[in-house]
Design a protein around this ligand. Sequence first.
Ligand code: NAP
Length: 245
Amino acid sequence: MLTDMTAVVTGGSRGIGRAVVERLCRDGASVVFNYATHEAAADEVVRAVQADGGKVRALRLDLKEPEGAERLMEAAEEHLGGLDILVNNAAMSFTPAPLAETDVELFDSVMAVNARSVFLTTRYAARRMRDGGRIVNISTLNTVRPAPGIGPYAASKGAIEQLTAVAARELGPRGITVNAVSPGATDTELLHGTNPPQALQAVVGMTPLGRLGQPSDVADVVAFLAGPDGRWITGQNLRATGGLT
Ligand SMILES: NC(=O)c1ccc[n+]([C@@H]2O[C@H](COP(=O)([O-])OP(=O)(O)OC[C@H]3O[C@@H](n4cnc5c(N)ncnc54)[C@H](OP(=O)(O)O)[C@@H]3O)[C@@H](O)[C@H]2O)c1
């Protein structure tokens, strides 16, 4: 249980982030999450959590903005009164394209949302998180199973896996664990927006558990790492993929 714990989740309005917000709130944490543009989706998450008796607040903050991640952490800390759990989940989706056709503006935007924000929230947590805290960074199976067309995405996720390893070493002496969770294909708008149905059928065919992941499949792994049972795990990358390697 996470009673009396506080948590920040990036990108909590939809998909895996929403499932993480809902699970942490169900476990008793007070949660602040941000989103970029989908206000109605964020409001719906807040309504659903509150109807269930949970404590949650949504903030509209674009992580592409240089100040976005720090403003989120400051606002969250002020609202929550302290920081115990940080889940870096937000990622920018884009139409896959070969490197030869990828412009520098797209690369910079993806790195800003998916990687720079993780650096900034983790730096903030390194300064302000309570001892014994938890950081979970959502990576992807694509760092070991790269696909053509996702160069900026794979680069950003490789970067956060390295930040995870370094932060685990730096924050371990304070009892703060830092881990990555790498989902495989998970049934969200990001997945369907970037993969044709035939490609997803092929992935299901290669997956030992024989289906797409659901956001809750990933959220439950995050909750394990964020909770008391995850206390002896740090610097790891848990692959939540239904067995796809
Ligand atoms: N789905 C998969 O198959 C899969 C597989 C491996 C890894 N992952 C990882 O899992 C995480 C969640 O993915 P998902 O599939 O749940 O994505 P999603 O459904 O597209 O949701 C993305 C979330 O991130 C937020 N976000 C996007 N750009 C943002 C920005 N510039 N500033 C602030 N927030 C922003 C979105 O807010 P808005 O609602 O306002 O847009 C939304 O809450 C990502 O890190 C992704 O890389 C997903």
